[in-house]
Every structure is written in C-alpha cells, then in structure tokens.
Design a protein around this ligand. Sequence first.
Ligand SMILES: [Zn+2]
Length: 465
Amino acid sequence: MTDRFLSIHGHFYQPPREEPFTGKIPREVGAEPFHDFNEKITAECYQPNAAEGNFEHISFNLGPTLAAWMSTWAVDTWQRIIQSDRANVERFGAGNALAQSAHHTILPLARRRDKIAQVAWGIASFEYRFGRKPEGMWLPEMAVDLITLEILSRRGLSYTILSEEQVQGEVHGDAGPYRVRLPGGGFFAVFVRDRHLSDQLSFDTDRIADGRRWLADQARGRQGLTLIATDGETFGHHQRRGVQLLADMLRNDTESAYQIVTLSDYLRTHPPTREVEILERTAWSCNHHLGRWDRGCGCTLGDHSWKPILRSALDLLADEIDAIYLYELQRLFGNPWLLVDQYIDVVLGIADLGMLLRENTAARLTTGQSLRIGKLVQAQLHRQRMFTSCGWFFEKLDRPEPRYVIAQAMRAIQLVKQAVGTDLGPDFREALCAAKCGRGKAIPGVPTHTAADLYDEIAVANQIG
Ligand SMILES: [Zn+2]
C-alpha cells in the first residue's frame, strides 16, 4: 500500500430558489424538462453519485439551503448521503461531511455579528441534518479572513479548506494540514487544495480519458496528502461522465497510486505541525481580493458599477433593521443577538418561536409583544439571506440572483413595517437608484433602468403597497 494520500472534496451547493414572499420555487427557464434546477441537478448529479456510492469516499459539504430542499424533495438520495457520512463515522470514528455557513455569504465582507450568526446557523443545520457535531466548515467561495477563522475556532470547529494561492509560508506542495496562528491566540487547521489538479478535473475533464491513470501520472514525486477540491456538481452536471470518472478515481486497491482518505480522519492521524499565513480577503474564484462580490472586478465583463451600490444599499438597510431590532428587544432580552443565533431552530422546525422567546426573557410578554418581536426576529432571517453571494457573482444586475437579494430585503422591510410601523422601503429604494441595469441601449431623454425599477417590479409582482 502506498504512503501517498488523496482526498477529493466536493462542495455541493444550490442557492435558495424560493420566492421570499410565497416560499415557492418558480418554474425555471433552462431546467426543462424539469421544473427547476434543483430537480435537474439532482437527476444528473446528486442521485447518480449517491447511487454509485461516491459520497462514502469523498470529503464533502452540502449547503444548508440545498440540504433543506433535498431532505423534502429527494428523500432517497438524501438518506443515502446521510448514510455515507454515518458509515464513515462507524468505520473510522470520523465522518466525511463538513458543515457550511448558512447562506453562502462572503464572510470577510460581512459584519462580525453576521459572521457569528452565519457560522452558528451552519453548525446548527449540520447537527440537525447529520446528527453529530461538525469538525470542519466550508467557507463560501473559500473567502477567508482571520476573524472568520477565529469564530470557527471559538465555535468548536477544527479545520477548513483553502486553495494554494491563498496561503504563504512552509507549503511544500502537499495539502497539509497546516496550522494558522489566530490573532486571539491558538491555531486553526487548514487543508490546502492543489489548484492545478482541481482545475484540470473541473474544467479540462475531456482530456482525462482514464481517471486512475491520470492520478497515477500526477502522483510521481508527491508525498503526504494531495487534495482536489471543486464544485460537487462537476461530477454529473457540469461533466456528464463525471460520476463514473469519480467512482474510478475513488477505488482503493493495491494498484492505486494513492490511498483515498477523508479530511477529518486524516487530521486525527496527522495533526498539523507546519505553519502558514493566510492571505486575507481572498477567495478561490476571484483573484481581486473579493472584488467580484464587492466593488466589481475583471472576473465579470461589462459595467459592474452596480455591485458596490447594491452592497452599500443593503449594508445601510441592515444597519436600520438592526437599530430597530436592538431598540425594541434590548429592554426585554439580555442578549437579543443570542435570540437570532437560536432562531435557526425555528427555521429548521425543531423549536417553536413562542417558546424560544419565553426562554430568552424573564419578562411576561403580551400577545402583541410576542407577535411584534417574532416579526423582528423573522426579519433578521431575510436580512441575512439578502447577502447571499450569488447576488454579485454574475456580470448583470438584471438577473434572478440580484432580484433575489432585493426581494429578501423587501421581505425584511415588510416585516419591520408590520412590527413597528416604520417603513424603511423609500430610503432603500432611493439607495438603489444609482445602480444601473444596462438593460438595452441608453436612449437620450429616456431614464436608465436601475435597481430601483427592479424593486418596483418585485413590489408589483407581490402586491406590496
Ligand atoms: Zn475578481
């Protein structure tokens, strides 16, 4: 048996597709003959990979929004995936699933308080779905900073995955694990993926005729652990032959170039001794210090001036929502933010909101107070969802993803208004006016279409006055 090790990590994720006002997934163009992309990608990727047994041998994370959908609409596939993690726990004493922060928010761009909520919700969702505590956490887009790693560490997590271009120091061409020094003391473990191999498998799959031979060719001169990490949908959805290719590569026998391992298991037997530094505010799919989701960058073509405007409009709105939240709750609750962290149990359907409120205050709440506070807590959920990274991922503002984040903002605004009567809508709409859509050609004398027009369209579609 070789002493070279290989782990293949799949990041399985779909954005939330439900309309925030109805909770229903609309029929999606391009998904035909399926109703929507969740169904289509399940048929092409999740289901066949689960049936093939691939989930048992890879390392993987499956985003909370996708897990929520799959556990309702693709129950057999979901059960097989859960069972794969359990089989690893039984065999090695360590599962192969990682948690993921809740809403695919770019954590280094988020406020400290939002980082805490996203991580807390990601852990709670994982524990509910997988029935155990997570050891590792996937960071959306691998976007990293030290504060985020410190929060993961404080919440009891042990490791994450980064790409080789995000670290510097004693990296010797292997995946580690390495340790990163935290500003508050102590260390956090990171596995470092091989970017070249990961990209080749993801984007150059056609050139890989035989997965096992490809791995053997790459194995020469390597030592320790090699990590390939990519979108899980590569296997079957982006690349049709990916399911079988993956199954071939995962087969462990005496002729394998590598021993196939999972990350939690490997970490136990190989605690990190070498230290690296992370390059803060970097990600795996943008080389411009998170510009893709912030000020705009060369990763997307065309006019991306709308990106910082949309983000700052949402940041301002979040400030307003939080100010009202604290003003209303501070008098009654010792720690109003703890209530937000615990609200995930209501979202998951394992706690009752009334009970949660009673547990967090010594005050006897009237029915009116409970209703009002309940709406403000619910507004915090939509306020979190409005920062999902897909809103900024593409070049155009006039796409479903930016519409989704604006719609989430509007749902939060509606709940705040119902709770306390304050209408945050006009200021938010005003802040959107400068974000140009680029829809059609600018005609002299005709006003340009902006994000405020999208706001109006969403308002009409959902009959919001
Ligand atoms: Zn970029």
